[in-house]
Write a protein that binds this ligand. Structure first.
Ligand code: ATP
Length: 350
């Protein structure tokens, strides 16, 4: 990989006794769409504010294009932040909001006109240049905020929960627009979100954070299919935690009280207690034949799939997704099958 655009090394930050960031290291490449994902309070906003220069780390370094940013004030950093509240100027119209950063940079009138018109078109606001901010919908305000942040061509755009204020339907539509704009501009986007679906949909890579630390950094598919820890597996998507003893004799499997569950070899020793994360949709559901026997205790229709709660032992219920069209009733006997490699062996908890 070529030298990263943003390089964060061993950054820690405390507020009094609260540890907001602990030994965080990550790189973001040029043109990459990167997401910081985690529950409320995990430190993602603090990390973004450290990059923007609104906070300074107690320890560690943040460099952009190889230049250490410590001591560089926010307005001198080649990054721009789009706030969750949008922070638009109510007394300026749409055009002037977008032009704001360019005027401050002292660009010529023609250059400003050209750039603002380009951004109005890119964000589908071409006929809104003269509108006042108060006369815009939530989605339009979001696009003005995005255009304003993009206008001065920062090397990296920081987006704090950029879709947080939009309703569900609009969010989905706006995800596509955001991704399209990132692709077209080839700018690095760093987004903060607590919404796993949003991170999976948008990002090239995701850092999952928990209590000030990074738990895993990987592409969306790897985060989903190969979560490294119990926390990541539980936070991103739905899953079953299957506990058992590893049997490495022959086909590797976890031995549980309800049967053998095939799994990847991993690097745990034979006989070790282990946890496998298994997504409901990776479990096969059949009425009879091979597999682990259980009965349907409950189910919810989800449209494309039906999520079954299947009791496989007196104290264990697994969730399995049955395909569309299969009808199940409470009390039905089923057989569950587990394709080898369908689950992820989790690392020991820290
Ligand atoms: P959210 O999604 O709710 O914004 P977050 O993951 O972005 O959460 P941060 O806002 O970074 O989390 O906060 C991390 C921790 O640091 C929290 O415990 C928070 O209360 C604390 N914290 C953040 N900013 C300050 C501050 N200025 N003063 C004191 N404590 C702070």
């Amino acid at each position: 990989m070529s030298a990263p655009l943003l390089s964060i090394k061993s950054v820690s930050k405390k507020f009094g006794a609260v540890v907001a960031l602990e030994d965080v290291s990550l790189d973001v490449g040029a043109g990459e769409f990167f997401a910081l994902l985690g529950p409320s309070g995990c430190g993602k906003t603090t990390l973004m504010r450290c990059i923007a220069g609104f906070e300074s780390p107690d320890a560690g370094t943040i460099a952009l294009s190889g230049v250490d940013l410590s001591g560089v004030p926010p307005y001198r950093r080649p990054v721009n932040m789009m706030f969750q509240s949008y922070a638009l100027f109510p007394h300026l119209n749409v055009f002037e909001n977008i032009a704001f950063g360019l005027r401050r940079q002292g660009e010529t009138r023609d250059a400003i006109d050209a750039r603002v018109n380009e951004l109005l078109a890119m964000t589908q606001l071409s006929s809104f240049g003269h509108r006042r901010i108060a006369e815009l919908s939530g989605g339009q305000k979001q696009r003005v905020a995005l255009a304003r942040a993009l206008a001065p061509r920062p090397k990296m755009l920081l987006l704090d929960e950029p879709l947080g204020a939009l309703d569900r339907k609009l969010r989905e539509e706006t995800q596509f627009q955001l991704k399209e704009i990132q692709r077209r501009t080839q700018m690095s986007f760093l987004i903060v979100t607590h919404d796993q679906d949003e991170a999976l949909a948008l990002a090239d890579r995701i850092a999952v954070m928990r209590a000030g630390r990074v738990e895993q950094i990987a592409g969306p598919m790897e985060i989903y299919d190969r979560p490294a820890t119990r926390f990541v597996a539980g936070f991103v998507g739905e899953t079953n935690f299957i506990e058992g003893r590893l049997d490495r004799n022959g086909a590797v499997a976890l031995i549980t009280e309800y049967g053998r569950i095939p799994c990847e070899p991993g690097n745990l020793p034979d006989g070790a207690q282990a946890t496998l994360s298994m997504r409901p949709e990776r479990i096969g559901v059949a009425r009879d034949g091979e597999g682990i026997a259980g009965f349907v205790e409950d189910f919810v229709f989800r449209g494309e799939t039906t999520l079954l709660r299947v009791r496989v032992a007196s104290n264990i219920v697994l969730r399995a997704a049955a395909s569309h069209g299969e009808r199940h009733a409470i009390g039905d006997s089923v057989r569950l099958s587990f394709p080898p490699g369908a689950g992820a062996l989790l690392a020991e908890e820290r």
